[in-house]
Design a protein around this ligand. Structure first.
Ligand SMILES: CC(C)(COP(=O)(O)OP(=O)(O)OC[C@H]1O[C@@H](n2cnc3c(N)ncnc32)[C@H](O)[C@@H]1OP(=O)(O)O)[C@@H](O)C(=O)NCCC(=O)NCCS
Length: 188
């Protein structure tokens, strides 16, 4: 059975669309317009120098989707790509994965990522059958931590110097959600 290949609706004008090579030009323009902001917390921005780089990643993401090894989506608001979200680091024997996300600055401050992350959390538990999801944030990345906190992910602690960001090892705050927690108290 192939799971997860369809777009997910997160609101009337908000959806998660599986990454596709045909969307690479628009996605590159978005990243390029906001690279100074995005690179503060995201390691891959400096290595994303051209449409071809984004197309290559989208091709990889499609293969990963097929293999159920990771699930990458563009966040589409009012018909425009405004960011991305994904599930990575799968351990299917423990039915566990991690969620990562970013939004371009103009799309922030409106609850978009909270809605998107809630939709992907529901999809992960109800459609993919996961047991546990994690969100990892650099400790100082309060906006990212706030997304996990608004969704009632449990704070589990700090992984010391677990993330190399621009040559510096940074501490990660780890949040988790269990399928049973989400079923009892989903944030929609
Ligand atoms: C992390 C990131 C996606 C969070 O974006 P965000 O806009 O703060 O998050 P949301 O889209 O959920 O919006 C929440 C904001 O909208 C406000 N808001 C308005 N309406 C809202 C609603 N209906 N529901 C929730 N929040 C709402 C909230 O008050 C909050 O604003 P505040 O922080 O000023 O109080 C963004 O900061 C980002 O892309 N950062 C760079 C990349 C990054 O750090 N990624 C994470 C790596 S771990």
């Amino acid at each position: 059975m192939r799971l997860g290949g369809e777009s997910l609706r997160a609101g009337p004008a908000l959806s998660l669309v599986p990454r596709h090579p045909g969307d690479a030009a628009e996605m590159f323009a978005l990243i390029d317009a906001h690279r100074d902001d995005l690179r503060e917390w995201l390691t891959w921005v400096d290595a994303t120098r051209s449409v071809a780089d984004v197309r290559r990643y989208a091709q990889f993401a499609r293969a990963q989707f097929e293999a159920m090894a990771s699930f990458d989506y563009a966040v589409v608001l009012d018909g425009d790509q405004v960011g991305a979200v994904g599930l990575h680091g799968f351990d299917w024997s423990s039915r566990h994965a991690e969620m990562g996300y970013w939004l371009a600055p103009p799309a922030r401050g409106r609850g978009v990522m909270t809605q998107v992350a809630a939709t992907l959390t529901t999809h992960a538990f109800e459609r993919l059958g996961l047991h546990r999801l994690e969100i990892h944030c650099v400790v100082e990345n309060q906006r990212s931590r706030s997304v996990a906190q608004r969704l009632n992910y449990a704070f589990e602690g700090i992984r010391r110097e677990a993330y190399a960001l621009h040559g510096e090892f940074r501490d990660l705050a780890v949040y988790s959600m269990l399928a049973s927690d989400w079923k009892t108290a989903p944030v929609r």
